[in-house]
Ligand binder design. Sequence first.
Ligand SMILES: [Fe+2]
Ligand SMILES: [Fe+2]
Length: 292
Amino acid sequence: MDTSEVERLIKISREHPLLPETYIPWQLEPMPDDIFLPELLTSLQGLEIYDTLTPTQKLELGRHELVQVIASYAWGEGLFCVFMTRHLLTLSADNVEHQFLLRELIEEFRHQEMFAQAIAKLGGKPIQQNRMHKFLGEFSNKYLPADYLFMGSVAVELVTDVYGNHARKSPSVYPVIKKMFDLHNIEEARHILFTKSLLKTYAAKAGYIKRTMYSYIILFNILFVRTMYVKREIYERIGMKDPDAVYKIAVTNFKQKFADTCLEDIIDFVGEWKGFNTTTRWAWRLLLNAKV
Ligand SMILES: [Fe+2]
Ligand SMILES: [Fe+2]
C-alpha cells in the first residue's frame, strides 16, 4: 500500500468533509419536468413495452427503481461498516489503514443517513432484500477474510460509481438526487483509490487459485447487486398488467443493459491482476454477459 497516497486521502477527508445536511438542497421539491433515474438505467427502457407507458408511469418507474437502488446501497454500506468496525479492532491505531478506515466509516454512516433522507424525500417504500440476499450478505460479511471483502467492496463501489455518473450527467434529474450522487461519487472515489491500493499488495502475491477466487468474489458481488434492483412489485405499483411477464423480460433486458453500461471499470480492474482465465472467463460471460 502506498502510505503517502493514503495519508493524502485522509487529509482530504478531514479537511474537506461533505456534509449531506448542507451539501444537498433538501428544501427543493421536484419540478414537473424532473426525473428521478436516468431512463437508460430503468429496467424497462429499451423494450417495446416501455413505449406503451404513460409519462406518469415512466416517472414512477424511475422513482421506485431509484428508491430500490438507494436502499440497496444503504443496506450494503451498513453491512460493510459492520465488517470495517470488526477489522479495525485488528489494526493498531497508528496504522495508516486504521486511520483511513475510520474516515471511511464516518463517511459511510453519513451516506446511509443521506440515503434514508433521500428515500423519505422521494416518498419511497423500499422493498426488503429477499432471504437469499440477506443470508448471503450476512454470511459472507461474517466469515470471509478481509481481502475478499475488500475485493467485494471495490466491485460494488465501481458499479455504483457508474450510476452516479449517469445521474450527474443527466440534466433533468431532480437536483436533490443529483447532489446526493455528487457527494457520493466524490467520497467513493477516495474509497476506491484506497481499496485498490490496499488490494494491489494482495493481488501481487496471489497465484492462479487466489486470483481465480478473487475474480469469482467480484463476479458474485456484482451479480448480487444487479439482482437487487429489478422488482416485480414495482410493475404492480405503477399499474402494469401482468407484472410477472413484465418482470421476466425486464430481468433479461436489465442484465444486458447492466453489462453494456456498468462493467467497464470493473473489467479493467480485474484484468489488471489477470483475474480472467479459463476457470473464470466463462462464468463472467454466462452470468454477467461480460465481454471478457
Ligand atoms: Fe458510500
Ligand atoms: Fe465506500
